[in-house]
Design a protein around this ligand. Structure first.
Ligand code: THU
Length: 131
């Protein structure tokens, strides 16, 4: 799938966000190697630390459906400029999607900027460190 199309799905996914406290909507669209797309959006909680980001709702949705092979994730925020994944999401994406995942950042004008996940989380901790 074209990354501009994936970006559109991430923008649309913002409609499902529940940003009750921050009022900051984030949408994500995770593309599998087989071309299927899983959506995500941030869901907040009055116990603030229980909030979950858009990227993690997308990847957990996909993993629950048995997906293991991922190509890209698009992330769209609610402010001018790009919304890069937070540190916690980078760590989770690295473990579940791998370092070669394309991270497609989307701004409000639908411009995109593409990184490899390994660029966003270099020198990372992983299960290899547990051995
Ligand atoms: N948020 C995401 O969904 N993804 C990110 O990568 C950055 C932050 C959400 C969490 C919270 O609901 C709101 O944005 C403000 O931090």
């Amino acid at each position: 799938m074209d990354y501009n199309k994936l970006a559109e799905i991430a923008i649309k996914s913002k409609q499902r966000a529940l940003p009750t406290y921050s009022h900051f909507h984030v949408g994500a669209a995770l593309l599998t190697g087989e071309g299927k797309v899983y959506r995500g959006a941030n869901i907040e909680n009055s116990s603030y630390s229980l909030t979950i980001c858009a990227e993690r709702t997308a990847v957990f949705n996909a993993v629950l459906e048995g997906e293991k092979n991922f190509k890209a994730i698009a992330v769209a925020g609610d402010s001018p400029g790009f919304t890069p994944p937070c540190g916690a999401c980078r760590q989770v994406l690295l473990e579940l999607c791998g370092p070669e995942l394309d991270v497609v950042l989307v701004d409000m004008e639908k411009n995109i900027k593409i990184y490899k996940l390994k660029e966003l989380i270099p020198h990372s901790f992983s299960k290899e460190n547990l051995k």
